[in-house]
Design a binder for this molecule. Structure first.
Ligand code: NCD
Length: 309
């Protein structure tokens, strides 16, 4: 189905470079059409269901906006508490049920591997909008799209991923996606929140140079792209451990004096304390442009998995 090798979007390491290029080109085409005020009919007659069993603002709303912009329809379960999952229904049964209502399924779930399970249960395309501390591939594609827009290209760039690299699904997926390019990584985390070994190994095996550090200042001096992340409170068993780590890194405007003048600062949002408000006025502070890029990227993904691009 579609021009992607498979109908589902489950992990960021599923894509070939050609597929990534196709997604980016398709997103650019849709973005230009929106900018020109065109009313699109690409997904006319199709229904998207968004099933969110964890909180979300950007991911759900940008998927829904994307479907509306393409002329399609949307149904949603935004709160697990209001669905039958709270009565004990299995994910399998929920997916078999919505398969009867919708053509494309977007799922966010607290369990690692939930999107794969859902995809195995249905012939409908399933897009992983975050599976616990696992992956978040559609976010990584919009992160890449933002880097291309802000920096002109990805090749040759030093990318620093900072914060909760252990639990953060956005950084897991982004490290794998960017391994398709000629980049250098700095993984910046307190010792307790380092990037999982499997990801470090996979990235290294792809021939990418990786340095791990706990020093944000060091990363700041070298980075072309600084990707900040939230400490993932909901993944901590011990609230005291969260309290100890929650302010591990706080980026402030004055610290940017040490950065490259062309630095791009990204964050998947929501931010808690990681980026002070005074950073927002810096020309490289791209996190709100980044969240807006969720719309064209998700338009591209929806149209491609539905074979309508
Ligand atoms: C992220 C997520 O849900 O993983 N948010 C998002 O999708 N933009 C990041 C986070 O919650 O910290």
């Amino acid at each position: 189905m579609g021009k992607l090798g498979r109908k589902d979007v489950l992990r960021s390491d599923q894509f070939t470079v050609d597929e990534i290029d196709l997604i980016v080109k398709t997103a650019r085409r849709f973005e230009a059409a929106l900018d020109a005020g065109e009313v699109l009919e690409t997904m006319r007659g199709l229904v998207l269901v968004t099933l969110f069993f964890e909180p979300s603002t950007r991911t759900r709303l940008s998927f829904e906006t994307a479907m509306h912009r393409l002329g399609g329809d949307v149904i949603t379960v935004a709160e697990a508490k209001s669905s039958s999952a709270s009565k004990g229904e299995s994910l399998h049964d929920t997916i078999k049920t919505v398969e009867g209502y919708a053509d494309v399924i977007v799922l966010r779930h607290p369990r690692i591997g939930a999107a794969e399970e859902a995809a195995a249960a249905t012939p409908r395309p399933v897009l992983n909008a975050g599976d616990g501390a696992g992956q978040h591939p559609t976010q990584s594609l919009l992160d890449l799209y933002t880097i291309l827009n802000e920096q002109g290209e990805v090749d040759g760039r030093t990318i620093a991923l900072a914060g909760d690299l252990h639990n953060g699904r956005t950084v897991h997926s982004l490290a794998l996606l960017l391994s398709n390019y000629d980049v250098r990584f700095l993984f910046v985390a307190p010792d307790a929140l380092r990037m999982p070994t499997e990801i470090v190994e996979q990235v290294t095996a792809a021939g990418i140079d990786v340095r791990e550090t706990a020093d944000l200042g060091e990363a700041l001096r070298e980075a072309d792209v600084l990707y900040m992340t939230r400490i993932q409170r909901e993944r901590f068993e011990d609230p005291e451990e969260y309290e100890r780590l929650k302010d591990a890194f706080v980026l402030q405007r004055a610290m940017l004096d040490r950065a490259k003048p062309t630095v791009t600062i990204l964050h998947p949002l929501p931010r808690v304390n990681e980026i002070a408000a005074d950073v927002d006025g810096h020309p490289g502070a791209a996190y709100f442009r980044q969240s807006a890029n969720g719309v064209p990227i998700r338009m591209a993904l929806l149209a491609l998995v539905a074979g309508r691009a």
